[in-house]
Design a binder for this molecule. Structure first.
Ligand SMILES: NC(=O)c1ccc[n+]([C@@H]2O[C@H](COP(=O)([O-])OP(=O)(O)OC[C@H]3O[C@@H](n4cnc5c(N)ncnc54)[C@H](O)[C@@H]3O)[C@@H](O)[C@H]2O)c1
Length: 346
């Protein structure tokens, strides 16, 4: 293995081609793209040519090639079987979120990867965003006081399209909540710790496909904080700003555009402390606040670099099994809550 992990990619034609290969695997010093596979042979050949990799026409041939790790970026309903095939072939696996479609699938993937002694991670790359890391550090340093409330938003316009796997629960596992809300919930758990219970509404507000195009979740954390996630497939892209708000008894961190695929947004902290007396005016300044602007890193590069290093060091990746499984548990609780109209313990 030396100092570079040899990577294969399954499902090369989507996010892999747009982001993870050019921004992650190609530039990472500790990674090298070797082979690609996609059921769309034409797209696969194009990717192979563009990034100087070998194109394979079957999963079996791909897994027989000389690679150490596989990035699985196919639709969600393919993740379980493909991750297991990779593990049985003794390849380490970075699986895009979600880790399978259900808790049972995620547990089985984890079990087989453990049996085969391969590293398994999930693509929650927004954790690597440097502004998110800076916010996390501020919370851990107590600068917000006691965390009390968060909001994470990720929405887009996703109209009905033939073959769009996210629009059917059978292929996507769910709609906006599963696809984008999973990132929001994962980030809020990074900031506030483990969730205790959730209450969730889902809807098809605009689009008539089978998966939900709208979801709102109320989250109740073990540390006493609460949060909401709003995630919609039926709000035009530029009209929702992917807001992240984190509040504590001593201040807040307010961001726009840090959640998503980019590497920098706007983030401002208001750190007032808990010592102020009651002010009946409850006045607010228009501006103020401290801009949180750490040097950005590309989150796909950080994800590939960290996973490759975990394999080289023979250790768990940062986006580890616990995080991946927890995400499935929370999503299952959200859908159960939406179905039953009840608060559900995670
Ligand atoms: N972290 C992120 O920023 C991010 C962004 C987008 C998508 N994703 C995740 O990546 C995965 C793929 O999403 P996408 O947007 O790229 O989807 P997509 O539909 O754009 O691309 C998926 C690719 O997989 C191929 N494919 C379909 N079935 C296959 C199979 N059985 N075997 C091999 N290839 C197959 C398709 O031909 C296509 O090229 C999903 O799990 C999604 O949640 C993550």
């Amino acid at each position: 293995m030396e100092n570079q992990i040899k990577w294969a990619v399954i499902g090369s034609g989507g996010i892999a081609r747009r982001r993870t290969i050019p921004e992650g695997i190609v530039p990472a010093d500790n990674a090298k793209l070797v082979s690609v596979y996609d059921i769309d042979a034409e797209a696969n050949n194009d990717v192979a040519k563009e990034f100087n990799a070998s194109a394979f026409n079957s999963l079996e041939d791909l897994l027989a090639s000389d690679v150490d790790a596989v990035y699985v970026a196919s639709p969600a309903n393919m993740h379980h079987d493909q991750v297991i095939a990779c593990a049985r072939a003794k390849k380490h696996v970075l699986c895009e979120k979600p880790l399978g479609m259900t808790i049972e699938e995620a547990e089985n993937m984890i079990k087989v990867c453990k049996e085969e002694g391969v590293v398994l991670g999930t693509g929650f790359m927004m954790r690597f965003h440097t502004q998110h890391q800076a916010a996390l550090q501020m919370i851990q340093d107590g600068k917000l006081g006691k965390p009390v409330y968060g909001r994470a938003q990720l929405s887009c316009w996703y109209p009905p399209m033939d073959g769009a796997w996210r629009q059917s629960p059978e292929t996507g596992g769910g709609g906006s909540l599963m696809d984008m809300g999973s990132h929001c919930i994962d980030l809020l758990e990074m900031f506030f710790g483990k969730l205790k219970s959730v209450s969730c509404f889902i809807n098809n507000s605009v689009h008539s496909y089978e998966s939900e195009d709208s979801a709102v979740v109320a989250l109740n954390f073990e540390n006493g904080a609460m949060a909401t996630v709003d995630t919609y497939f039926c709000i035009p892209d530029n009209s929702s700003k992917n807001v992240l708000e984190l509040y504590g008894s001593g201040g807040s961190i307010l961001a726009k555009g840090t959640i998503g695929q980019g590497d920098a947004g706007e983030m401002v902290a208001f750190l007032e402390g808990e010592d102020a007396g009651y002010d009946a005016q409850q006045a607010r300044d228009a501006g103020g606040g401290i801009e949180i602007n750490p040097a950005p890193v590309n989150t796909y590069l950080a994800e590939i670099d960290e996973f490759s290093q975990a394999v080289l060091d023979n250790r768990e990746p940062k986006n580890n099994l616990e995080i991946s499984l927890q995400s499935q548990k929370v999503l299952a609780a959200c859908y159960e809550s939406a179905r039953t109209g009840k608060v559900v313990e995670v």
